[in-house]
Write a protein that binds this ligand. Structure first.
Ligand code: EZ4
Ligand code: CO
Length: 406
């Protein structure tokens, strides 16, 4: 079998998605997600200009060899653009292999280790009453674990949260350009406010509901240590991205001070980003996405490494992972032993029409379905009817104007 065609499809049914579609000489197609929020076209060029010419004529069954040749052969290793591009190839090849076998991908990964995949959803509110409404709406949708994000008194933005359905929260328009929204931040005000939010949520919804929180890389290790400690009475499922973890050593300090479980890694793209964090068991959940970590093949290896240190999976699953990336994640979630939880925000109806998928959501759980491959079909005509729109994630500044992590 040979790869005879490789197309990179960019579509924006509400937000931008980048998809690689490979076709074999036997007419079998495979899909992979290469979406890198706010920097989408860099991955399109990496694939179209530099990877597609290498793939044509090769054997799609040689997944590991293709992966290694793209990773090592480029000489320039790692980084989000490279690893999103390689991820799309890896997933498209797994999709083809599973279709040839006539099996859903999870069967090729060892079969199901559980009946279904537990998820968590995002509750957001500028105020406590608004947050409660958001939690209730998620509970009505069936979610059984909930991430809590709120406004902080004195700040305009709810940190780390995108405006619903928007490309970027309140983008500023200047001439023909789309510029990122600029949000405001005050770490002291945040640290003083957040424990009272969790106290209120516990009082309203009781002790049993698993609650998560994302600090979105905004704290130093000592601030993160203080936050983890102050949240201990509210029994969090995890505190996520408490500090920018390129500084892996900083997590030792956080870990020494708090028993709040820690989750890290949505911006990481290789196992090297996790060496200290996993090797010294400084975290409890690894957060990388199939889409940004080079695909199913390397993420499976990361999870096996994490398992040796009693660390579980928690694949990143915001709306900016396409249904193709989400499907690949759900197959992996079902198959691995050390599954923790899957983030799941769902997609708009239009996105689900562009990417028709076999995976289903009910009672707060996902299942990948039984369609051969990853179980996603791309509607190319509908995708083409919704072309790329330039968009950025927001940026963030302190009240004196200093740029801060978003
Ligand atoms: O802000 O994926 O845990 N989820 C998150 C996400 C990220 C976006 C960035 O593109 O932090 O919502
Ligand atoms: Co996050």
């Amino acid at each position: 079998m040979k790869i005879v065609d490789a197309k990179v499809v960019v579509t924006s049914p509400g937000r931008n998605f980048v998809t690689l579609q490979l076709t074999t000489d036997e007419g079998i197609t495979g899909l992979g997600d290469a979406t890198l929020n706010g920097r989408e076209l860099s991955v399109v060029s990496y694939l179209r200009d530099h990877v597609v010419p290498l793939l044509l004529g090769t054997d799609p069954h040689r997944i590991e060899d293709t992966w290694q040749s793209l990773y090592r052969g480029a000489y320039w290793r790692r980084g989000p653009v490279t690893m999103a591009a390689i991820a799309a190839v890896d997933v498209a090849l797994w999709d083809i292999k599973a279709k040839v076998a006539g099996l859903p991908l999870y069967q090729l990964l060892g079969g199901a280790s559980r009946d279904r995949v537990r998820t968590y959803g995002h509750a957001n509110g500028t105020s406590i009453p608004e947050l409660f409404d958001s939690v209730r709406a998620l509970l009505e949708q069936g979610y059984q674990s909930i991430r809590i994000q709120t406004g902080v008194p004195g700040l305009k933005a709810v940190y780390g949260v995108h405006a619903p359905g928007a490309h970027a929260a309140n983008p500023t328009r200047l001439d023909q350009r789309v510029l990122p929204a600029v949000e405001d931040w005050d770490t002291g005000a945040y640290l003083r406010h957040i424990p009272s939010v969790f106290e209120a949520v516990r009082n309203e919804f009781g002790p049993d509901l698993p609650l998560l929180h994302d600090a979105h890389h905004r704290l130093t290790p000592i601030q993160a240590a203080r936050l983890g400690k102050s949240l201990e009475p509210y029994d969090l499922f995890w505190l996520e991205d408490c500090t920018p973890a390129e500084n892996q050593d900083g997590l030792r300090l956080v870990r020494e001070h708090t028993t709040t479980p820690l989750a890290i890694g949505e911006v990481f793209n290789t196992v090297f980003d996790y060496q200290t964090l996993v090797g010294e068991q400084l975290i409890d959940y690894v957060r990388s996405a199939v889409t940004h970590f080079g695909g199913v093949s390397p993420l499976r290896k990361l999870f096996d490494y994490a398992a040796q240190h009693q660390i579980k999976s928690a694949i990143h699953g915001p709306e900016d992972i396409s249904p193709v990336g989400m499907a690949a994640a759900i197959h992996l979630d079902l198959a691995i032993h050390n599954f923790g939880i899957q983030e799941y925000s769902g997609h708009t109806d239009l996105t689900n029409e562009v990417f028709r998928h076999a995976y289903t959501f009910s009672d707060g759980h996902l299942h990948p379905g039984e369609a051969p491959g990853i179980g996603v079909e791309l509607d190319a005509e509908l995708a083409a009817a919704h072309p790329y729109q330039q968009a950025y994630l927001p940026t963030n500044r302190l009240q004196d104007g200093t740029v801060h992590d978003w």
